[in-house]
Design a protein around this ligand. Structure first.
Ligand SMILES: [Zn+2]
Length: 475
């Protein structure tokens, strides 16, 4: 039996206003070659100056991934030739990265973070007209020198689904920190996966292939699944997996070989002579950490501890419904009981948002304070849960408050026992068969009778009270 071994390499563009070694802006989508200067064009004699804000953002990201921030790190030249790399080398970090030895929870385990280092992005090649005869490649250097961090995980992941979850959690952390916009389509967050297989239980690593060109969580999962299956087939046929870079093609659902992997020493790394060692004083790291917002995992734990929410609810609110964590706290602050607020966000609110083609709770037209009022009316038993859903629909379209709608349309629950008694008697008289069958032991028909009474009151009765009244009549 072969098990899969997966590690991720994530490149995240830092949301600074200017580039990492010059003052050019980082705006996405500007006309080609308008955000450039001698430094990011790699002209001879131009000298890089490190952007302090980029270091701050990198420290935030590494801290959130529980890394040790190395007080001294070294920028290095990674030498390779590519048309969109005008200097012929990329300034990165190699032997002494900014941070190392972190971890994050994913796939039900701890996934190690080997390192987080800073580097500059390259420019972009735009291929035009291929494969026709008037083909050309244009170069846009606007992206050249944009600050990146590269996050390298340990090969701790064992399935494609866990790898996708790990990437998703890292994205959540970076976005929550405000250091990256999480936009995979524009390429400001990119993920490569190193995939290998080995006999289950073996400690040695198999030969890995690097899967590139994946720009969504779904594709990451599919690409890794494909790659694992491909390598298992190769090994099963007594073949040998070769070390190479493979490109994911989302049209065919396959990875194909792009090039055999250069060995690390091919890059002829050496310390960047134009930049001094980067020294990040512990006091500065403390200062930076003090400005970090609450992270998703911590928020989840706080929801469980502070509001007695089940883990499942906390996870859904914090991770799966955009804006639901803020919405939840606003509802509770406005007086809604925590579990009920959570149920509403996961149920009706999510459903209505989906209908409206939205996702984020902040897009809801009903103010959270108004929803809190509705939840309280339902929780106090003033209206039944069925009616509460209808009232919510009306609040959504009319903008009126729950109390206004309940008052104007006489929707308050019938709590008057005498009135209900009469209705119950009427319904029982209409269904003597059901009554006889319940007495004969088919107690599941009780629900049917409760339903009939609820129908007769247009959902305004308290179903628990109705059930009690019917039981009392049955004796
Ligand atoms: Zn520049």
């Amino acid at each position: 039996m072969l098990e899969a071994v997966i590690g991720l390499e994530i490149h995240a563009q830092l949301l600074t206003e200017t580039k990492i070694f010059c003052g050019c802006r980082t705006t996405f989508g500007a006309p080609p070659n308008t955000l450039v200067c001698p430094v990011c064009l790699g002209l001879p004699g131009a000298l890089p100056v490190l952007n302090r804000r980029a270091v701050e953002f990198a420290v935030k990201a590494a801290s959130a991934l529980s890394c040790t921030i190395n007080e001294t790190s070294i920028f290095a030249r990674k030498n390779y030739f590519y048309p969109d790399l005008p200097k012929g080398y990329q300034i990165s970090q190699y032997e002494q990265p900014l941070a190392s030895d972190g971890w994050l929870p994913a796939g039900g385990t701890r996934v190690g973070i080997r390192r987080v280092h800073m580097e500059e992005d390259a420019g972009k090649s735009l291929h035009h007209g291929f494969p026709d005869s008037d083909r050309a490649t244009y170069l846009d250097f606007n992206r050249s020198g944009v600050p990146l961090i590269e996050i390298v995980t340990e090969p701790d992941l064992r399935s494609a689904a866990d790898a996708a979850e790990c990437f998703s959690r890292i994205r959540e952390i970076l976005v929550a920190l405000g250091v990256n916009d999480g936009n995979m389509e524009e390429g400001s967050l990119r993920c490569d996966a190193n995939v290998s297989v080995r006999p289950a239980g073996s400690a040695a690593l198999g030969t890995k292939a690097e899967v590139k060109n994946v720009n969504s969580f779904r594709f990451l999962q599919k690409a890794i699944e494909f790659e694992i299956a491909r390598q298992r087939e190769v090994v099963a046929a007594d073949g040998r997996v070769v070390q190479e870079t493979r490109l994911w093609n989302s049209d065919t659902g396959e990875t194909t070989s792009m090039r055999s992997k250069e060995e690390a020493h091919d890059y002829r790394y050496f310390p960047e002579p134009d930049l001094p060692p980067l020294v990040v004083a512990p006091a500065w790291v403390e200062e930076i950490r003090a400005t970090m917002p609450e992270l998703p995992e911590a928020r989840k734990q706080r929801f469980v501890a502070m509001y007695a929410l089940p883990e499942y609810d906390a996870d859904v609110l914090v991770r799966l419904i955009p804006g639901a964590d803020r919405g939840f706290e606003a509802l509770v602050a406005a007086g809604a009981p925590a579990k009920a607020a959570s149920n509403w966000l996961q149920g009706e609110v999510r459903r209505k948002l989906k209908e409206a083609g939205a996702e984020d709770v902040s897009a809801m037209p009903v103010p959270l304070a108004a929803l809190a009022e509705l939840i309280q009316l339902a929780e106090r038993g003033v209206i039944s849960s069925t009616v509460a859903k209808e009232v919510f629909d009306r609040m959504w379209t009319t903008g009126r408050s729950a109390q206004e709608i309940v008052d104007a349309e006489g929707l308050a629950q019938i709590g008057d026992e005498a009135a209900l008694q009469a209705l119950v008697a009427e319904v029982l008289a209409r269904h003597p068969d059901a009554l006889a069958q319940i007495r004969a032991g088919r107690t599941n028909l009780l629900g049917f009778l409760v339903g009939q009474v609820m129908k007769a009151t247009q959902g305004k009765a308290n179903p628990r009270l109705v059930s009690d009244l019917i039981k009392a009549r049955l004796g």
